[in-house]
Design a protein around this ligand. Sequence first.
Ligand code: ADP
Ligand code: 5GP
Length: 246
Amino acid sequence: MAGILFIISAPSGSGKSTLVSELRKQVSRVDFAISWTTRAPRGSEENGREYHFTSRDEFEQMIEAGMFLEHANVFGNWYGTSRQSLDEARALGHDLLLDIDVQGAAQVRVKMPEAVSIFVLPPNPKVLRTRLRNRSRAEGVVIEAELYRRLSEASREIENYRQYGYILVNDILDRAVAQMEAIVLAERFYRNGESIAYRSRRVLEVAAACLQSNAQERLKPVLEAFGILGNSDQRELNFEEDSDDD
Ligand code: ADP
Ligand code: 5GP
């Protein structure tokens, strides 16, 4: 059975990695493409687990050798998905999840228009800031300039939400994980005719509600908070820290 390619994008700190790891505990046969990057490992990250960490020289040689399905410069570092990840998942008949930025997602969409894309939104700018800061604290390093850089990129990335088939708001983690799970099961059902053993109608309804075309009303306050809807020339985002969110 053909595996499905899932692309997940979100502003840094929205909870993408958390969602992906929770999803993989719930759903079998979903592989995760471990990207290559030139950024330094953070906190407890290990080479070959979260990323393949490499030098700029080696990364650029890999670009030359055509080893990447997509690659992009994000926050001043290279990030890329190897073609090998895709080949390995295909050989096993597994689905593959790519956690990539909006530039990488655009490249994959051109090469593989059948890919399913999911955009994850944080509920508002304050929560995003709190999550980024908490993560940095947990990793033992808070670099203000890096936090600021990631926050100021958030709205620009969110502007691309229309390119994605499904949109999730990662407010309550359990709900967002259930929505991701529903999307994967629904796509398996529609594309591969795989049956959904448990509460199938409910699963299909949850997935359908996350389709971008069905989610506009729910997204409105979130997009407004990030200055995407309304008068975006006068963007004054409130990134002031929200101590209630952890
Ligand atoms: P990303 O991969 O999008 O950069 P992470 O998964 O690293 O983001 O999450 C950023 C921080 O937010 C982490 O400290 C994580 O534990 C926390 N987090 C993720 N989702 C939620 C949620 N729904 N509620 C509260 N905290 C969350
Ligand atoms: P972080 O440094 O926080 O792990 O990731 C920063 C950004 O790089 C995130 O938006 C993440 O999705 C993106 N990213 C991670 N791996 C890849 C990749 O292989 N390709 C692209 N294009 N972006 C990636």
